[in-house]
Design a protein. Sequence first.
Length: 112
Amino acid sequence: MKNRMFAGIMVMSAVLVSGAAVYAEPAGIPTPTHAAMANSKLVKFTVRNDSKSPIIVKMGDTEMTFAPGKSIDVKLAVGTQLVAQNAGTGFEAGSVLAIVSPTLNSATLVLK
């Protein structure tokens, strides 16, 4: 009787310990966390300012001023945020105007 209880306890403890080990990552295999960031795809699109005043947009680390009525072709990496530095009629200063995605390829982003 004691042997059966001891065997049952051993089996249950082995099941509890092995359940967490199934999802563990082996320590010897390197994880390629930055591999996806190394080949970030560039997206080419046009930004047009349809307002009556210049609009300053921060795209990643660079700031660009869009003159009224002018279009500028841009090529940015996927995931880059376009943040307004000054207010316009349809947005406030500091708001995110767009996040670059593959769907913007060959498109025109109109700022008002």
